[in-house]
Ligand binder design. Structure first.
Ligand code: ADP
Length: 645
């Protein structure tokens, strides 16, 4: 029988597992048991909706069989099992999703050896859900014998690690799967024998898999006093003789963590559950326990992850919460339970009120589900606001990962959710290095300040240098820094916050000038009409309008966008559609108080050619300051060289 090779990426990952310096090798047991539990869930669900399965919930169990002499540990389940194809697909490839970019995570060939560095393999284990392969952290060889529900044939998959695997026909009595691990000999780094010993194994099951909702059974040895022969005197004080006997014991309490009393569950319990269930080994930034009674009773356990997974912002990511009815898994990812803008939330919902024998499709329209979803939505929002208020650092960490999701949620569906999401947003601002909420900005606004100001640009640095922001700074008005493409759309959706309009520094007239100033500019404009037309002609069709500015202070020019598109939108849209011809209206604003303006004015009559060059340079400089590229860099360079001659 020929040996098959693992897919290339899987092989690297497997190498990584086998040579893992990850200190918690013991988690392999949790991973294997968790897979067994999933397999039981699948058959158990089938049994509920299909009488021909002929099994009741009480028939399902996980067995741990240890053989200390032969150094094998077997985890056996009577779940759904795998067909030959499934064996090949599930265990021949790690992380089936094609969109996966492993190179990033695994580029570092040198495995970290320090404690801090040890995070890396954990991330790999967590992010890619390579649960099964963790068996190779403790085994020299793994054999999987499985028979799928509905199939007559059993198959065995066998591998000694990175050099490949074989699949061959096998014998197996009932449906289900046996994972048989040949445990490594003890080494300097690890006492592998503990994974074969009764005590060690039952402690690990209690530590990591206590809440698994199927009995995890193992044969254990107990001792008892030997029964005394009749007639022996009670007075005789010799110590009782003991004998040992074996019995099959259920090691786990089987109470799911969400069914336990809130005050009995520690933060560590929650993190451990989260890690196991969602394959994310970084503790969540927020765990939310819900115990609701009312029109619909349910318990829920919700988690806000600390990090967006590798596929979070791809279409492969599926939102949804695991839905249980009295402890029986109905659906792994019920999308209807969590809204699109909170799609990062993971968790479980368990309600005894859901009727079980209806089809999954019908379930999606269940009125009770709508009630639960509505409550969960409110709960998540409130908890996030609480986190923002009480644990700002954690909130910022969360926002760095999922803020974009909230912003997209805000502009989606024509801003339907804007009011419920606006207080969750954070923005950079001119006020401090820290991010600010709109409410905080609002509270800091000066009494006479009419508007909320924001400026868009590639980075805080670009925005800080915007000539037209100078006037605001002079007045001590705070400016929100909108550095992401979507921010501009957020501003347009929101329009105002607490009755204060949002105004773009890059675009809108800020209306900060006094009546006298306005009149002075108007007068200058009339006087300089000629020059403005001259400049407009000099820069060709590039700008729609040249005018004198109300905004500028120390800089001679700035470029602003007219009514429709802003520069940031232009950039955004042209990345999506490079040849779409989208272009924001350009307005070149000149500062009549600046010496450069005076120079331009005198050159216009003395040396019109030079004045033309100056006009072009001014336009180019204005574009650069606005974060836009110069349309013809060669021409620009030539003009500058000429200036230097
Ligand atoms: P994950 O559990 O994250 O999907 P694993 O590598 O642990 O990744 O397992 C890969 C797949 O192999 C599982 O998704 C499942 O389909 C299958 N599998 C693993 N163990 C079992 C089992 N005991 N019974 C049935 N199928 C299993």
């Amino acid at each position: 029988m020929s040996k098959k090779q693992f897919k290339a990426q899987s092989k690297r990952l497997l190498d990584l597992m086998i040579n893992s310096v990850y200190t918690h090798k013991e988690i392999f047991l949790r991973e294997i048991i968790s897979n067994a539990s999933d397999a039981l869930d699948k058959l158990c669900y089938k049994a509920l909706t299909d009488e021909t399965v002929g099994m009741a919930r009480a028939d399902f169990a996980i067995q741990i069989i240890r053989d200390e002499d032969g150094r094998t540990l077997t985890i056996s389940d009577n779940g759904i099992g795998m067909t030959k194809e499934e064996l090949e697909n599930n265990l021949g490839t790690i992380a089936k999703s094609g969109s996966l970019d492993f190179k990033q995570g695994l580029a570092d060939e040198d495995m970290p050896e320090t404690e801090e560095g040890a995070g890396k393999p954990i991330d790999v284990i967590g992010q890619f859900g390579v649960g099964f392969y963790s068996a190779f952290m403790v085994s020299d060889k793994v054999r999987v014998v499985t028979k799928a529900y509905g199939s007559e044939e059993a198959w065995a998959w066998e591998s000694e690690g990175a050099d490949g695997y074989t699949i061959s026909p096998a014998e197996k009595a009932g449906v289900g799967t046996d994972i048989i691990m040949q445990i490594k000999p003890d080494g300097e780094d690890e006492n592998y024998s503990r994974f074969l010993q009764e005590h060690g194994l039952s402690a690990l099951v209690r530590k990591y898999s206590d809440y698994i909702r199927y009995p995890i059974q193992m044969e254990v040895t107990r001792s008892r006093p030997v029964e005394k022969p009749e007639g022996e005197s009670e007075e005789q004080k010799s110590p009782p003789e003991m004998e040992s006997y074996t019995l099959t014991e259920t090691l786990n309490s089987m109470v799911p963590i969400w069914q336990r009393n809130k005050n009995e569950v520690t933060a560590d319990d929650l993190s451990a559950f989260y890690a196991e269930k969602f394959h994310d080994f970084e503790p969540p930034v927020k765990s939310i326990q819900v115990d609701a009674e009312g029109a619909v009773s349910y318990k829920a356990l919700l988690f806000v992850p600390a990090r967006a997974g590798y596929d979070y912002y791809t279409k492969d990511y599926q939102r949804g919460l695991a839905l249980y009815s009295s402890g029986v898994l109905i659906m792994d990812k019920c999308g209807d339970l969590v809204s699109e803008h909170f799609r990062f939330v993971r968790g479980v919902v368990d309600s005894p009120d859901l009727s079980l024998n209806i089809s999954r499709e019908l379930l999606q329209h269940d009125r009770q589900l709508k009630v639960i979803a509505g409550n969960i939505e409110k709960k998540i929002r409130n908890e996030l606001l609480k986190l923002q208020k009480d644990e700002r650092e954690s909130y910022e960490k969360f926002f760095a990962q999922f803020g974009l999701q909230l912003k997209y949620g805000m502009i989606g569906e024509f801003g339907k959710e804007k009011d419920s999401l606006k207080d969750l947003l954070l923005f950079a601002s001119s006020e401090s290095d820290k991010l600010t909420t709109l409410a905080e900005y609002r509270a800091r606004m000066k009494d006479e300040q009419k508007d909320i100001y924001y400026a868009t640009g590639e980075s805080a640095k670009v925005i800080e240098a915007l000539p037209q922001a100078e006037r605001l700074r002079e007045k001590g008005y705070e400016i929100l820094y909108f550095t992401h493409e979507v921010d501009e759309f957020v501003a347009q959706t929101l329009r105002e916050y607490d009755e204060k309009p949002l105004k773009s520094v890059n675009r809108d007239e800020l209306g900060l000038e006094s009546e006298e100033e306005k009149q002075a500019v108007q007068k200058q404009e009339e006087e300089s009409g000629d020059l403005l037309t001259f400049v407009k002609e000099a820069v060709g069709g590039s700008v729609g309008q040249v005018k004198l500015s109300h905004k500028l202070r120390s800089q001679p020019v700035c470029l602003t966008a007219g009514g429709g598109l802003s520069f940031e939108m232009e950039k955004y849209l042209s990345t999506i559609q490079p040849d779409g011809g989208v272009r924001a209206d350009r307005i070149l604003e000149l500062n009549a108080e600046h010496p450069v303006f005076e120079r331009l004015k005198s050159l216009q009559s003395e040396n019109p050619d030079k004045a033309k060059d100056y006009a072009k340079i001014l336009y180019h400089q204005a574009a650069l300051m606005a974060g836009l590229p110069v349309e013809d860099p060669t021409e620009h360079a030539k003009l500058i060289f000429k200036l230097m001659e």
